[in-house]
Every structure is written in C-alpha cells, then in structure tokens.
Design a protein around this ligand. Structure first.
Ligand SMILES: Nc1ncnc2c1ncn2[C@@H]1O[C@H](COP(=O)(O)OP(=O)(O)OP(=O)(O)O)[C@@H](O)[C@H]1O
Length: 269
C-alpha cells in the first residue's frame, strides 16, 4: 500500500483550471445538481483521469471544459482565460467515432480543421503525418466501413489532433472496443498524445485504464459530483512505464485496491 497517496508536486502553471465550479441542469421534470464546487487543475503536458460512479458528473465536467456547457457558478479557465464557448484549444474525443462513411479516412481526419476554416493544404499535410503516427498510413484512401473499431478510433484521434488543441478531452474513448484492442490502443494513444505534448483529461469507468494511462486519478463522489480524492500514479524506476508495462508493475495492484475502496462500489439487487 506504500506510495499510493503522494504529496502533490510543486504546482505547474494550469492549462485548465476549474474554480468552485457547480452545475445544475434544469428540465421540466425538475432540477439536478450534477457537480458541486469542483476545484481542479490540469498542468501543461499532464494526464489526469476522472473516475466515479455512473451519473456523478464526469461527462458534465468535460462538457464544461469543452465550452459546451457553462457553469451555474464558479469559473472554468483554459490558459488563464475563462471558457466562453467551444475553442480550438480544446479537442474532444468520444466513445463513438462519428466518422462520415462517405468520406475517405484522410477526408474524415481533416474535417474538424475544415469546419474551423483552416488552411486545407496544411491540414491535409498534418493529417497525413498524424495518420501515419497512429498506424493508419496505409489506409488514407480507405472508407470507414473498411476499418475495425480500433482503427476507426485511431482516425478519430488523428482528426482531434489535426486542429492542434493544447488540451484533449477523452470521454470513454475505448469503451466500445474489445479488451485486447483496448490495451493495444491505449499504448498507442498515450504515445501519440505524449509526443505531441498534449494535456489530457480522461473519463473512464475502467480503474486499470486510469492507472495505466494517466499521471493523476481524481475520484468523484456520487451525485452531486464533488472531488473525493486525488491520487498520483507514481511508478518507481525512472521513465514512466507505458500503459501495458504499468499493468505488470507491483504498484499497479496497490493503486487498484486504493481506488476500488475509494469508489465504494455496491452492486444493487
Ligand atoms: N442534459 C441533461 N439534462 C438533465 N440532466 C442531465 C443532463 N445531462 C446529464 N444529466 C444528469 O446529470 C448527472 C450527471 O450526468 P453525467 O452524464 O455528467 O454523469 P457521468 O458521471 O458522466 O455518468 P456515466 O458514467 O453514466 O456516463 C446525471 O444524473 C444525469 O442524469
């Protein structure tokens, strides 16, 4: 159980900062408080995951950072500036890949850049580079239906990165994939995101994925989501292990037990 809970390292400048953020949804059926006074910082180049019971507000928190939702109170900032709406600085990758079946892989990868009105020649060059990095270089002129689920998610990652966001939000990006593909793609995605120097906020139900892929795991309480605890995933031996290597480390099981206890899971019925 040693070294599971670490002292926080000296504060890095915040790429993303949530200050006392609360979010209430109003519907004809009534009011739902999804998040309650969240304070969270994501440093430049840092990978942080959010875990918590279903309905505790994880996706809501990502939508606030993406500028899709505005907080009921408190403030969300990216690079010190309040988020006023969706911004190219923040990229969002979801569980579903939302590829257009009638566009080639390359044309799908440039779609976000095209919508943002960026230089299409540069966007295509960057898309080709990223698709190669994601192992999709041989499929530029294929169509989505010709690809497996894991390959489609690689294209979705390339599309997210073509627009050069500083922050990448990942909302259960691998949950539709089989378990072997999940393990393989986690390694590749982390490798690409780290070499690109991105800051990453990952939502997952998979504790192992959170431990293996991110530097810090934030546990949210049941609704309304509050920050229950934060845990630094510090592995001994210098270089941070890849996600697959991390799973074979002795620390992995210690982290897993601690986070499992924190989640306080009860199976109803
Ligand atoms: N558009 C909406 N209108 C009203 N209530 C909503 C809306 N979106 C989410 N909620 C409610 O807010 C709470 C938080 O939802 P959210 O999807 O953020 O949770 P989550 O932790 O991501 O859940 P899950 O793990 O099941 O994906 C839930 O009770 C949900 O029903």
């Amino acid at each position: 159980m040693a070294a599971v809970l670490q002292e926080f390292p000296a504060a890095q400048p915040a790429r993303v900062e949530l200050r006392d953020v609360s979010l209430r949804y109003f519907t004809p059926a009534g009011e739902t408080q999804a998040l309650d006074r969240i304070n969270l910082r994501l440093g430049a180049g840092e990978f942080v995951s959010l875990i918590g019971q279903s309905g505790c507000g994880k996706s809501t928190l990502l939508s606030l950072v993406a500028g899709i939702l505005r907080p009921s109170s408190g403030q969300v900032c990216v690079d010190g500036a309040p988020v006023a709406g969706p911004t190219p600085r923040v990229g969002y990758m979801l569980q579903q890949d939302y590829l257009f079946e009638w566009r080639t892989i390359l044309d799908n990868a440039v779609l976000g850049a095209q919508i943002q009105g960026r230089d299409l020649k540069l966007a295509r060059e960057r898309a080709v580079h990223l698709l190669h990095k994601c192992g999709m270089g041989a499929f530029l002129h294929h169509y989505p239906r010709q690809l497996s689920g894991g390959m489609r998610q690689r294209v979705a990652l390339a599309r997210t990165l073509v627009t050069e966001p500083d922050v990448v939000l990942l909302d259960e990006p691998f949950s539709a994939l089989d378990s072997q593909t999940r393990l393989a793609i986690a390694d590749e995605v982390v490798d690409v995101l780290r070499t690109e120097g991105k800051s990453v906020l990952l939502v997952t139900h998979d504790i192992g994925e959170a431990i293996a892929m991110t530097d810090r795991v934030v546990v949210l309480s049941r609704r309304p989501g509050r920050i229950k605890s934060e845990h630094h995933m510090v592995f001994g031996g210098g270089r941070r292990p890849t996600p697959l290597e991390a799973r074979a480390r002795p620390e992995f099981n210690d982290f897993f037990r601690t986070l499992w206890d924190e989640l306080d899971v009860h199976v109803e019925g």
